[in-house]
Design a protein around this ligand. Structure first.
Ligand SMILES: [Zn+2]
Ligand SMILES: [Zn+2]
Length: 378
């Protein structure tokens, strides 16, 4: 066990040294396949929805079919050289712990080779492009093997700020629905000496910012939790002789259900349309990086709870402290299942912070838990 774990942690550090952005996980995928060369899945699929990999471990006997998914992409964040295995790719690093999630799934594949299933099947899914919200959909609506139909699906995310090994469960809503909104405004350029002859979108944008910031309060009064985070704005070019004619405003919309997202989009569109019209601007709205809400089914949560109890892991239910998004929602929309959290340490930096690093100590915890879930399901 000791050697096996040492090798697995070495593999996590290797992934950490060579991070790849969403949709570009080519070397990561080949590192996984190379690492798992000695494992014995009954079926193996590569290039699923991009660089995704699907392994099927089959007992040959009837029984539950359990799917476990991990993500594998890194982020456009520069990592300071704080650990000996720091990122060798300038401007890219594993700051969400997907290197750890991948190592855990690889470790699970090794366990299922050493101690094969006695009944049913396990489907292990290495998913690309989670951070952009495109990978799960690309796999499931793309070339994911159609004959694979799990009874239940599981995934976890490490959660900084929570004691290591603590299992975090939420019935229903687990991770937010979110999407980027890109608001383009077109007016008319003019000489900076004659701004009254143009239509400068700066004034409309200045009006939109406080109006958008107040929308979540209004949504709250209708019973919906919502957040709007302004992330980018640009008006014209740096040209002191020109009154600008083009502007763009971008924001991230976040809610706790897909229904609330529909409401928030409608409210946002009505608001910006009214302001654009008032300023005689042409408006176009696009959405990007669309994540559905990730919903956890109570019966899947109770399986995790049972498995966690049998491993004497601390359990925390229905906490309300994080609000990020996850594209695992595409899986829980199609099949019953749940996403849960595993504490990454109370002293750990937050996800996407440049000093964050996945805690290796929780690797064996997660593997043991997933192994229990697969072997006890049904
Ligand atoms: Zn992330
Ligand atoms: Zn993540």
């Amino acid at each position: 066990m000791e050697n096996y774990l040492k090798k697995l942690i070495g593999f996590r550090h290797k992934l950490h040294r060579h991070p790849e952005l969403s949709g570009n996980e080519k070397a990561t995928a080949s590192a996984i396949l190379h690492y798992l060369a000695d494992t014995t899945p009954a079926e193996k699929y590569t290039q699923i929805g991009g660089y995704g990999i699907v392994l099927v471990f089959d007992s040959g006997n009837p029984g539950p079919v359990t799917l476990i998914r991990s993500d594998m992409d890194a982020l456009p964040i520069d990592e300071p050289p704080l650990v000996p295995y720091h990122s060798l790719q300038a401007g890219i690093s594993h700051k969400c712990g997907h290197d750890g999630h991948t190592a855990i799934l690889a470790g699970l594949a090794e366990r299922l080779t050493q101690a094969p299933l006695k009944k049913g099947k396990a489907i292990l899914v290495f998913q690309p492009a989670e951070e952009t919200g495109t990978g799960a959909q690309a796999m499931l609506q793309g070339n994911f093997p159609a004959h694979l139909s799990p009874d239940i699906v599981f995934a976890f995310h490490n959660i900084p700020g929570k004691e290591k090994h603590r299992i975090i469960l939420r019935d229903g809503f687990f991770a937010s629905a979110s999407r980027g909104i890109v608001i383009h405004l077109s007016g008319k350029t003019a000489h900076a000496a004659e701004p009254e002859k143009g239509i400068n979108p700066a004034f409309a944008i200045a009006e939109m910012i406080p109006a958008l910031s107040q929308l979540p309060e209004k949504m709250k009064s209708q019973g919906y939790a919502a957040k709007i985070t302004l992330i980018h704005l640009k008006v014209g070019e740096i040209a002191f002789g020109t009154s600008p004619g083009e502007g763009v405003l971008m924001a991230t919309l976040r809610t706790r259900s897909d229904e609330a997202m529909t409401q928030l989009c409608t409210a946002t569109e009505m608001l910006v349309k009214a302001i654009a019209a008032k300023h005689l601007l042409t408006l176009s709205i696009n959405y990007t990086e669309i994540f559905p809400a990730t919903t956890s089914h109570p019966q899947a949560n109770s399986k995790v709870e049972k498995a966690a109890k049998s491993l004497s892991l601390p359990i925390e239910k229905n906490n309300d402290t994080f609000d990020w998004s996850e594209d695992f929602g595409h899986f829980t929309k199609r099949w019953p299942g749940c996403m849960f959290g595993i504490g990454a340490g109370t002293e750990q930096a937050n996800l996407h912070n440049n000093t964050y690093d996945f805690p290796d100590e929780i690797i064996p915890t997660a593997i043991a838990l997933f192994e229990k879930l697969i072997k006890n399901s049904g």
